[in-house]
Unconditional design. Structure first.
Length: 120
């Protein structure tokens, strides 16, 4: 199933582009597909490759080095990602060392619904 097959049968939306997946970098495609692409030189066609999506015959059209965005453009995003990562690590440490105490143990369940107690 080469380009013509992909033009007709590709279930991933690439059929409209004649089976062309466009540019993609490492980590985007599933492992068997990516491994096959990485083994090719521009212009080469792979042997049939089986993935959970079916069988593929891949032609590598070209490679390029992706442009790296200037730090000023991605600084806020990087800071946010680092803050999230640190927050997750801190929360995991806190959970690991936490002792859980059930403060409602021994309390009459009806008192839990007594909103008037909040006013006191």
């Amino acid at each position: 199933m080469g380009g013509a097959g992909a033009r007709v049968f590709a279930p991933d939306g690439s059929a409209a582009q004649g089976g062309d997946l466009g540019w993609f970098g490492p980590g985007v495609m599933i492992a068997p597909f990516e491994e096959a692409v990485m083994a090719l030189e521009p212009g080469q066609v792979s042997d049939p490759v089986e993935t959970r999506f079916g069988w593929h015959v891949i032609q590598l059209i070209d490679t390029r080095i992706a442009a790296v965005a200037p730090l000023e453009e991605v600084r806020d995003q990087l800071v946010a990602e680092l803050q999230q990562e640190v927050s997750r690590a801190v929360m995991a440490d806190l959970r690991e060392g936490a002792e859980v105490v059930n403060l409602s143990e021994g309390i009459d369940p009806e008192l839990l619904d007594a909103n008037a107690l909040l006013d006191e």
